[in-house]
Design a protein around this ligand. Structure first.
Ligand code: ZN
Length: 546
């Protein structure tokens, strides 16, 4: 055994994740026979998409995978590491496989900025000089989401190659499988998408099929997301799109709750605790669907995606908007493996009992709906967007807004009976407190973490949360929390609507902090080895049966 693997680095990476079971038979009730027959074909598509993404990540990646998979006996940990991260780098881009001398695979210390979308010897300067020299179609392709850039062996200069050519060996069989699956599925709008996406794989024209994806009916029990979307792996320019694949079963129960929220959108806006000036009229509910994941592939490495908003391409968005997909069973896995252990560590033991997945999930749904609520333009300069007025503070304020307005709105809907039969107010507040720690744990340099830190400190100052120095536990103060939430809702909406950046800065500086007690609690979570996230074990077998 000459392959040098840095076992300690890999062990450290794997220890931060807990396995969850994903996609059992309980999610298939509403599927037709045809839908079920399509599943094995779609799983095969997912595997091909995985192969494409492995190629996209780094120029040596396919050889590395082939080498590791040729080992006998197989190294289960190494297999798992590669399966989770898709390449030799884990969380925080830490390398967990050393270069393989006998196979002449040199693994760079960090994942390459240019992925495998550009020649390895390219510089950003060479790329921009080249683009500047181009016009018309050539320039368009040089800046396209769906072309790679290669070095022309004849001239030594740069040229583009369409994805349909570059990944032909995987896209052609994937297209054939999508067409076969289209023959089987029940819902016509899904059928249409599968056919047009198969076409796109061959023609490299993605707009029509993106629009078809946006128009998949909410009644379709099966849901597929499949194509080139996110551009995070092109760290050099954030242009080239990585392939990803999701197979989902629609979650009709939570769709019904979501529909309740959406139906009450204007009503909730009207009841916000701010002056009429800050309230919008004629609101449209956002396009959101809720699903349970059955299988995924491609650009879907850990930490696991629990929601995504697509497409990113402006062209289809202009025609049909965008769609948010929330993955309930992944949210539930994260809740059980990460949030519950956090609650047990940081919350008063009496209150831990009230921490519930349904409360967590309904607040997630409400958070997404609440992004539509409150001012999006300044109340005194109607043409100026809140986003452009608040600049670098906007994202954290907007996330805090969605959280707190969401919680406030849940309070309204509990009182008027809309949410009766589910979790009670105590459950919502206590679950919310536990989940604050989960977000703050990711750090306050990121919008969700900073937004959550601000809310936490403000609500604590208002007496809605308490800290017991003796037991080192946090708790919700039930007779104060409601007023505290109302006060913070007013404060954030007014800061957004007024758009005075200096005032917002003062607010963020005052509350966007990690206090010594919180710091201590976060350190305890690390010491106790509470995982950071989860990874999937798919219940779907190799042949696609469940
Ligand atoms: Zn959000």
């Amino acid at each position: 055994m000459t392959t040098a693997t840095s076992t300690s680095a890999l062990d450290k990476q794997l220890a931060r994740f807990k396995e969850i079971q994903v996609g059992g038979t309980q999610y298939l009730d509403r599927l037709s026979d045809g839908d079920r027959k399509a599943i094995p074909l779609l799983v095969q598509v997912g595997k091909l998409i995985d192969q494409i993404y492995i190629r996209q990540l780094w120029s040596g990646n396919e050889r590395l995978h082939a080498h590791i998979h040729s080992k006998s006996p197989r190294d289960a940990k190494l297999d798992l590491g590669l399966q989770l991260f898709k390449g030799p780098w884990g969380l925080d881009e830490e390398k967990f496989i050393e270069s393989v001398k006998e196979a002449e695979i040199h693994i760079p210390h960090d994942p390459p900025q240019h992925g495998n979308y550009y020649p390895d010897d390219i510089s950003k300067q060479e790329y921009s000089d080249w683009v500047a020299s181009l016009t018309g179609q050539a320039k368009k392709e040089a800046e396209s989401y769906y072309h790679v850039v290669k070095r022309d062996p004849a001239t030594g200069g740069l040229k583009t190659v369409p994805y349909s050519e570059e990944y032909k060996d995987f896209l052609e069989p994937a297209a054939a499988l999508l067409k076969q699956a289209a023959e089987l599925v029940s819902d016509e709008s899904l059928e249409k998408f599968l056919r047009s996406r198969a076409e796109a794989f061959l023609t490299n024209e993605y707009v029509d099929s993106d629009v078809d994806w946006l128009r998949i009916s909410k009644e379709s029990a099966l849901d597929v997301t499949c194509g080139p979307y996110e551009n995070y792996t092109d760290k050099m320019l954030s242009i080239r799109a990585a392939y990803e694949f999701y197979l989902h079963a629609r979650d009709f129960a939570s769709s019904a709750i979501l529909a309740k929220f959406s139906d009450r959108l204007q009503d909730m806006e009207d009841q916000l605790p701010v002056d009429e000036l800050y309230k919008a009229k004629g609101l449209h509910p956002p396009a959101i669907i809720t699903v349970n994941q059955l299988y995924s592939g491609g650009d879907v490495a850990v930490p696991m995606t629990a929601a995504y908003n697509l497409p990113n391409d402006e062209a289809p968005i202009k025609i049909a908007g965008s769609k948010l997909v929330i993955i309930k069973n992944v949210q539930e896995g994260k809740f059980e493996k990460v949030l519950r252990p956090i609650a047990q560590q940081v919350l008063d033991p009496e209150q831990v009992k009230k921490v519930q997945f349904e409360a967590f999930f309904q607040h997630v749904l409400m958070h997404e709906v609440a992004h539509s609520l409150g001012p999006h333009f300044l109340v005194r300069h109607k043409e100026t967007k809140v986003r452009s007025a608040l600049e670098e503070y906007h994202s954290a304020m907007e996330e805090a807004k969605a959280d707190i307005v969401g919680l406030y709105a849940v309070g309204l809907l509990l009182k008027d009976g809309t949410l009766s039969g589910g979790p009670d107010a105590e459950s919502f507040y206590m679950t919310y407190l536990a989940s604050a720690f989960r977000s703050i744990r990711f750090g306050i340099t990121e919008a969700h973490g900073l937004g959550q830190a601000m809310q936490f400190e403000y609500l604590k100052e208002q007496g809605g949360f308490a800290y017991d120095a003796e037991t080192e536990k946090f708790s919700v103060v039930m007779d104060k929390i409601e007023d505290a939430v109302r006060s913070l809702t007013t404060r954030i909406l007014v800061l957004q609507g007024d758009g005075d950046k200096q005032k917002v800065k003062e607010f963020v500086d005052q509350y966007g902090i990690i206090s010594p007690e919180v710091k201590q609690a976060l350190a305890t979570l690390e010491d106790m080895g509470v995982p950071v996230d989860v990874y999937p074990k798919y219940r779907i077998l190799e042949d696609g049966t469940v």
